[in-house]
Design a protein around this ligand. Structure first.
Ligand code: ATP
Ligand code: MG
Length: 319
């Protein structure tokens, strides 16, 4: 083969396979960018715990569940199955953000790690190529067992593609010679968000303290599970796949609608990111202009902390 032809093939082959250009090259990078999870002093807060408690506002259920699930999993040298987490909740409440926090506490370069793979249903594999998805996951985990896969907008993913994940999520010792038991799979969707919002609002109206709301309060986890299992209104999403009835998902984690005070915390955090001096009153003004619900009580922010930075800069001068 002429060297020119070889070069063209060398560059085109990985593009043609949905494994993607960069994943192809990652096969050669065996650098271990894992951070240590074995804190020697058990009374000390782990970095993950500190980061979650400092960075994620108003999500005590997600913080507690993710902290325990991820820490135990990462400390286990021989887990019996991969960790599979499904995050649910309305828009802008931290589902993507917590995935970023998890990633930066497992891998030295966080989401930029070669071992973190983000899958967006409409963008990757839009033509439902099950075989390529299978090869993509298989290739990445055989290259690096402690890989992390984040599936965003799971509600828009075709059930046939979701079913492709099944063998990887189960208690299989190996699939075609590769063990998937050290991998982490995270699914993100707004599915069940209205159930979570209603439960949280009811709880608030009864005068309860938000932090006392638990996964099993008003059977929230069961309600989410049943909704996913029974909803037939949509063609797509988890509910038509067998991941649910085969119990391959370890935790369904609710993200609560954010209260106005949490959005205020987000604005204050954004000021720090923009290297500004934190200004409590300015944050107040920014938050006051954001849409809230319900109409009379005005408890929750319609868009959570989404667009906080964009709103904040409108209040700043250009110099
Ligand atoms: N609970 C939170 N605590 C701190 N910051 C938050 C929180 N929720 C959201 N944010 C901020 O808002 C941004 C948008 O949130 P994020 O992308 O996590 O929303 P989401 O829950 O994934 O929403 P969607 O369902 O619309 O994708 C985050 O990058 C983060 O800066
Ligand atoms: Mg999101």
């Amino acid at each position: 083969m002429k060297s020119g032809t070889f070069l063209v093939l060398f560059f085109l082959l990985p593009v043609a396979t949905e494994a993607g250009f960069w994943d192809f090259f990652n096969v050669f990078s065996k650098d271990d960018d894992l951070l240590s999870f074995n804190s020697s002093e058990s009374n000390m807060l782990s970095d993950l715990e500190k980061d979650l408690r400092k960075s994620l506002f108003g999500q005590h259920i997600a913080v507690d569940t993710v902290l325990k699930a991820v820490s135990w999993f990462m400390k286990d040298p021989d887990p019996p199955k991969p960790l599979v987490l499904s995050f649910h909740g309305p828009t802008g409440v931290g589902k993507n953000y917590i995935s970023k926090i998890i990633a930066r506490n497992i891998y030295k370069v966080g989401l930029k790690s070669n071992h973190v793979h983000i899958f967006i249903s409409d963008y990757h594999f839009p033509h439902k190529e099950e075989l390529q998805l299978r090869q993509w996951i298989h290739g990445n985990v055989s290259n690096f067992p402690r890989s992390m896969f984040i599936f965003d907008e799971m509600d828009r993913m075709h059930p046939r593609l979701i079913d492709t994940l099944k063998p990887f999520l189960d208690n299989n010792d190996n699939v075609d010679g590769v063990s998937f038991n050290k991998a982490i799979f995270i699914f993100l969707s707004q599915t069940g968000g209205h159930i979570i919002t209603n439960v949280t609002l009811d709880f608030w109206r009864k005068g309860n303290n938000r932090e006392e709301l638990q996964l099993q309060s008003e059977e929230m986890e069961t309600q989410i599970f049943e909704y996913l299992f029974n909803d037939e209104n949509s063609m797509y999403g988890l509910w038509h796949s067998s991941l649910i009835n085969q119990h391959l998902i370890d935790h369904y984690i609710p993200f609560l609608p954010l209260e106005v005070k949490h959005v205020h915390q987000c604005v204050m955090a954004e000021m720090l990111h923009l290297n500004m001096t934190q200004d409590y009153d300015l944050a107040d003004r920014v938050v006051r202009d954001m849409p809230v619900f319900p109409e009379e009580e005005k408890v929750f922010a319609v868009k959570g902390c989404r667009c906080v930075r964009q709103k904040l800069v409108l209040y700043l001068s250009l110099d």
